[in-house]
Design a protein. Structure first.
Length: 285
């Protein structure tokens, strides 16, 4: 006699058949199906989208250690400090001396402009007073009597100026007179004494704007002062001109005749001017 399956058995059979069908068909809802391995996580953003700041590589920051003076000798530091103070004081003294010289020169030039008289000599015991003054018309007309080869005297207001190129008088960057400079100054002094006897004469040093090539001079004023003094010494010892009628002025590069933009202009600005005043001394020497 055939047995009829119970309800429980029938349910079990149906579940088994259903599970088998699912496994064979590869159903996506298969509860026993394992998920495929996950791919690598890509953090790079798509083109045109900026990456988050926290995903960017961080640059290493290096903080420099402060300098160490452990190996420096304290005595060396002290000696360097003392030298620095001494050099600073020396520089201050030089500046003060130059200021005094500039103030003295400016005061003398102011007196010249206001009174029409040459300034007191900056060398020796000072220039004597003026006995007479030559009229401006006479001063101007006498310029043509000066016989100076290659030099062009000019009448400037009440004075006569003779520009002597510094390159013809001195070695480059020095106050040493050249043999040709000695001959030129001798000729100029003889003509000045012949045409303007006994007149006050200023010896004015000028320079161009170029930096000094020699370390001998701290400034253009020092070099022009030394050159004017060299001309003064030569004129008073080797020519008829007397110490009492001469004085010197150092202008440095402050009064160029022409622009310093060209080599020819700079050459012309390097000069010593002999400035003949209309006033004459009261005595010879």
């Amino acid at each position: 006699m055939r047995r009829t399956p119970s309800a429980t058995e029938a349910i079990t059979v149906r579940l088994g058949v259903s599970l088998a069908a699912s496994l064979l068909a590869g159903c996506v809802n298969n509860p026993f199906k394992t998920a495929p391995p996950a791919g690598p996580l890509i953090l790079e953003p798509p083109p045109g989208v900026a990456a988050p700041a926290h995903t960017l590589p961080q640059a290493a920051v290096t903080i420099a250690a402060p300098p160490s003076y452990a190996d420096v000798d304290g005595q060396q530091l002290e000696a360097a400090l003392v030298r620095s103070r001494q050099e600073s004081q020396l520089m201050q003294d030089e500046i003060a001396a130059l200021r005094d010289q500039l103030a003295s020169t400016s005061s003398q030039l102011s007196q010249v402009r206001s009174a029409g008289m040459p300034p007191t000599s900056t060398t020796g015991g000072g220039a004597p007073g003026a006995a007479a003054s030559t009229p401006a018309a006479t001063m101007q007309s006498a310029v043509t009597q000066l016989k100076l080869a290659e030099l062009e005297p000019r009448f400037d207001g009440a004075v006569v100026r003779i520009d002597v190129p510094a390159d013809r008088l001195f070695d480059v960057g020095t106050a040493n007179l050249l043999p040709g400079g000695v001959a030129l100054l001798t000729q100029v002094a003889g003509e000045v004494e012949r045409v303007y006897p006994g007149h006050f004469i200023g010896i004015e040093g000028h320079l161009d704007s170029e930096p000094l090539q020699s370390g001998t001079w701290a400034s253009a004023h020092q070099l022009t002062a030394a050159r004017a003094a060299a001309v003064f010494d030569f004129l008073t010892t080797r020519t008829p001109l007397k110490e009492g009628q001469l004085f010197i002025v150092a202008h440095g590069a402050n009064h160029p005749l022409v622009s310093n933009a060209t080599a020819a202009g700079r050459t012309r600005n390097r000069r010593v001017e002999l400035v003949i005043y209309p006033e004459r001394t009261t005595k010879d020497g």
